[in-house]
Design a protein around this ligand. Structure first.
Ligand code: HEC
Ligand code: HEC
Ligand code: HEC
Ligand code: HEC
Ligand code: HEC
Ligand code: HEC
Ligand code: HEC
Ligand code: HEC
Ligand code: HEC
Ligand code: HEC
Ligand code: HEC
Ligand code: HEC
Ligand code: HEC
Length: 457
């Protein structure tokens, strides 16, 4: 009976010991040392022991209040307790919020820990993650983030750079991305945000998109380029490639290039990656391959020869047909107005069509009769330039075309040039000559030249 009772007492005693973790009574007088086989022994059993604790120097942080009750106060308050030895952890410009508002124990055990740096968590990242969720939901993680290296980019306590960064934005990225840094120093044309705002486009931690881009082009680009978005989405004539996913990147590089406007290569070369073959606009309308239009042609129009497609086309979208930069009638006939030919007159003198008589404004004249004026400058059914000229390239001098689409018919132009004039045998009228020096007389009706008369008139 007694024995039994005694056993029970032992069990109760053990329970108390286990639940308190204390094997002995608290001392009520000052002790030589606080760490003995029975007291506070667990501090030194962890992998990492804080130096003063290891030395048994409990006084560096604790001082007795009422020895008889074994109560203690701290020798200093808050961060000062630690900063007494660990000088100024909050001395830099940007201070981590927890160090502003709280003490060091949010992230460190003052005595000892199984984890490096006396951290309460196994790794630095898992500590950070207790308060931050910077990688949640991302399919792609940045190399250093994926392996928990938060502190390769961030200071834990305070930093001289925004965002607690160890270095200024782009310098930080360049410290590992030497290839990108190389691009930016090597190439003449650098995209403005790539100079100092990598995170304008990349999420530094990870993203749902490859390459950690915040969004796919064009949406990524539209966040800053509203004007391009407007051209791409609201223009009367649109270029589908611009609004396609990754479309911008078919023509531009995101960072830098040796070509103006950070283009991937010379503009014409880029255009030819698609316009070397016919491209369908609608089911019924197919654009001819651009390369076929210039292949083996004797004469390339100046800007085409210079690979300057932008001289005439706005790639992102235009209010003019065929993405033209300025007005140019899409048709064979148009009532004359200067405005109709803004495109051509951007580079050529408009005077060539403005006066009926001239001796020098154009070579397309019969004596002093201006044949440009005659054909183009009419209130009704004025011929547009395309009636006679091929815009990109031609085998005939002065960019005269061999034929012009007229409904279903390829209407021939039949041009030959002479020293002082020329001869046309078009599908429009009887063959005619013009001569600048000895004007051909058309006052009397002329006989046709049957051999050059096109069929189907
Ligand atoms: C670097 C300062 C520092 C040193 C050195 C230090 N302590 Fe502490 N101790 C603290 C702080 C701070 C707390 C409060 C912990 C908290 O709030 O989480 C604490 C709390 C305690 C507690 C309360 C229970 C606990 O663990 O939270 C005991 C017991 C204790 N210390 C014993 C000791 C002993 C024994 C030593 C010497 C071997 C010692 N401390 C050395 C800073 C220190
Ligand atoms: C009496 C001086 C002193 C005080 C007070 C002190 N420490 Fe220390 N602490 C040291 C020494 C010494 C080291 C070892 C330094 C070394 O290894 O370079 C150290 C190391 C550390 C380490 C690094 C541990 C590691 O594994 O590398 C951390 C973290 C740390 N202390 C946190 C604190 C915190 C938090 C406080 C306040 C609760 C504090 N210290 C107060 C003296 C002190
Ligand atoms: C938000 C969490 C956090 C807080 C709060 C914090 N630390 Fe740290 N501390 C860390 C992390 C993480 C490391 C280890 C990685 C590193 O070196 O930054 C560390 C490392 C240390 C180290 C060792 C490395 C070194 O810099 O010498 C010391 C000492 C230290 N902290 C002291 C302190 C002191 C003192 C305070 C309070 C003033 C404090 N810490 C507050 C997270 C914190
Ligand atoms: C105890 C909670 C806590 C822990 C642990 C913690 N932080 Fe913070 N951190 C905060 C708070 C609170 C803020 C301020 C509010 C915010 O931006 O979310 C902050 C802000 C930040 C900021 C933004 C600073 C700025 O000025 O823009 C960065 C970067 C940061 N923490 C990184 C870290 C890293 C890295 C770790 C791990 C070493 C970490 N934090 C651990 C609480 C914590
Ligand atoms: C490759 C460098 C790098 C790594 C690694 C990194 N960060 Fe960041 N982090 C940044 C940059 C850059 C910013 C943006 C800072 C700014 O300008 O505000 C940032 C911002 C933050 C912010 C504040 C804004 C936000 O996004 O919420 C927090 C919190 C943060 N990081 C926590 C972490 C944590 C936690 C880790 C580790 C899991 C980590 N970072 C790893 C570079 C990095
Ligand atoms: C500590 C080194 C380090 C720093 C600093 C760093 N990165 Fe990285 N980054 C990496 C590693 C490693 C990879 C993974 C490379 C791989 O998978 O081939 C990577 C991948 C990337 C990728 C994906 C493309 C690729 O090559 O896989 C981008 C984009 C990127 N980083 C941007 C940034 C930006 C922006 C910054 C600055 C905020 C930055 N990085 C800072 C190391 C770093
Ligand atoms: C205007 C947005 C933008 C900016 C700013 C930007 N990037 Fe990028 N970056 C991208 C896009 C988009 C890609 C993907 C390219 C692709 O898929 O062809 C990319 C790709 C990368 C890659 C993968 C390798 C490569 O070149 O394709 C790295 C690394 C990278 N960026 C780092 C950086 C760094 C470092 C900075 C700052 C100096 C930076 N980026 C600034 C948009 C940007
Ligand atoms: C964070 C804002 C930002 C983002 C995102 C951005 N850009 Fe830019 N971009 C600029 C700024 C700023 C300039 C320089 C000023 C200007 O021309 O508007 C610029 C200029 C350009 C230029 C003209 C370069 C020159 O040499 O004149 C091109 C082309 C360009 N961006 C293309 C893009 C593409 C393509 C994307 C998407 C992959 C993109 N941008 C995303 C800010 C941005
Ligand atoms: C088919 C090729 C092509 C595509 C696709 C393309 N661009 Fe361009 N972009 C050019 C060319 C060529 C220029 C040179 C100037 C011009 O022709 O207007 C240019 C110039 C620019 C400029 C600087 C001049 C200006 O007009 O402001 C910006 C900014 C620009 N592009 C952004 C974008 C963005 C954003 C996208 C995607 C939404 C995009 N581009 C898609 C070919 C393209
Ligand atoms: C990635 C393929 C691609 C590239 C690169 C490209 N285009 Fe196009 N382009 C097309 C397609 C497809 C069409 C058919 C109409 C459409 O879908 O917008 C087209 C149509 C056109 C049209 C006729 C538009 C109309 O509505 O009649 C012009 C003009 C044009 N492109 C000029 C250019 C120029 C100039 C460049 C180079 C700066 C270029 N394209 C680069 C694919 C491309
Ligand atoms: C001198 C002005 C001018 C230049 C320079 C120019 N184009 Fe054109 N382009 C036009 C005109 C005008 C049309 C409409 C043709 C028509 O319907 O008569 C056109 C039409 C097109 C078309 C639609 C298919 C077609 O032939 O109708 C494509 C594609 C095209 N151009 C591509 C280019 C490319 C690529 C370059 C640069 C190598 C370029 N253009 C340079 C004026 C020009
Ligand atoms: C961006 C400037 C530019 C635009 C726009 C332009 N041209 Fe030209 N054009 C030139 C240059 C430069 C030459 C001289 C080189 C050559 O013979 O192609 C030229 C030459 C010509 C010639 C031959 C002149 C000669 O004396 O040999 C004709 C014809 C011509 N263009 C017609 C047109 C027509 C029609 C248009 C409108 C559809 C037009 N051009 C739009 C720049 C332009
Ligand atoms: C009826 C046919 C025809 C039409 C329509 C026409 N041209 Fe011409 N153009 C010619 C001929 C033929 C020549 C060559 C004259 C010569 O050198 O003998 C020429 C020459 C030119 C020249 C070279 C300089 C000169 O005047 O001799 C330019 C520039 C030119 N045309 C621009 C245009 C423009 C712009 C338009 C539309 C506004 C246009 N042409 C309409 C037939 C035409």
């Amino acid at each position: 009976m007694l024995n039994k009772f005694g056993n029970k007492l032992v069990v109760v005693l053990i329970c108390v010991l286990v639940s308190n973790g204390l094997a002995v009574e608290k001392p009520t007088t000052p002790q030589k040392t606080c760490v003995t086989g029975e007291c506070h022994a667990d501090y030194s059993k962890k992998n990492f022991v804080h130096a003063p604790v290891g030395l048994g120097d409990c006084d560096s942080c604790h001082k007795p209040m009422k020895p008889e009750e074994h109560t203690f106060d701290f020798v200093r308050k808050g961060r000062d307790l630690c900063e007494y030895c660990h000088l100024e952890q909050t001395g830099k410009k940007v201070v981590h919020e927890p160090l502003k508002t709280g003490d060091c124990m949010q992230c460190h055990d003052p005595h000892s820990s199984d984890n490096k740096f006396l951290l309460p968590e196994k790794t630095v990242a898992s500590l950070c993650n207790t308060c931050h969720k910077v990688t949640e939901g991302f399919q792609y993680l940045h190399g250093p983030t994926a392996v928990g290296e938060c502190t390769i980019c961030h200071e834990s306590h305070s930093a001289d750079h925004k965002g607690l960064l160890v270095a200024e934005h782009s310098k930080l990225c360049f410290s590992c991305h030497v290839v990108t840094q190389d691009e930016l120093t090597k190439y003449e044309f650098v995209h403005e945000p790539a100079k100092n705002d990598c995170i304008g486009c990349h999420n530094p931690h990870g993203a749902s998109n490859p390459q950690m881009i915040k969004d796919f082009a064009p949406y990524l680009c539209y966040t800053c380029h509203k004007d391009i978005q407007n051209a791409a989405e609201n223009s009367m004539y649109q270029h589908s490639v611009v609004s396609e996913i990754d479309g911008c990147l078919k023509c531009h590089t995101p960072h830098a290039s040796s070509v103006k406007f950070i283009l991937k290569s010379e503009p014409a070369t880029i255009c030819m990656t698609c316009h070397d073959k016919p491209q369908g606009i609608t089911k019924d309308e197919v654009l001819p391959a651009f390369t076929d239009q210039i292949k083996d042609k004797k004469f390339l129009h100046g800007p085409v020869n210079d690979n300057d497609c932008s001289g005439c086309h706005i790639t992102h979208g235009s209010k003019y047909f065929r993405l033209l930069a300025k007005e140019y009638p899409p048709i064979f006939y148009a009532p004359f107005s200067e405005k109709n030919y803004e495109l051509c007159f951007g580079c050529h003198a408009k005077t060539l069509v403005l006066t009926a008589k001239t001796n020098d404004l154009t070579d397309f004249r019969n004596g002093n009769q201006n044949l440009h004026f005659l054909h183009v400058n009419k209130e009704r059914r004025g011929r547009t330039c395309r009636a006679c000229h091929q815009t990109h390239a031609s085998n005939l001098p002065k960019h005269i075309r061999e034929s012009v689409p007229y409904g279903i018919w390829k209407l021939p132009v039949g041009f030959t040039k002479t020293e002082t004039g020329g001869n046309c045998a078009p599908g429009c009228h009887l063959p005619k000559d013009y001569d600048r020096e000895k004007a051909v007389d058309y006052s009397a009706p002329q006989a046709a030249k049957p051999t050059q008369q096109p069929s189907g008139t």
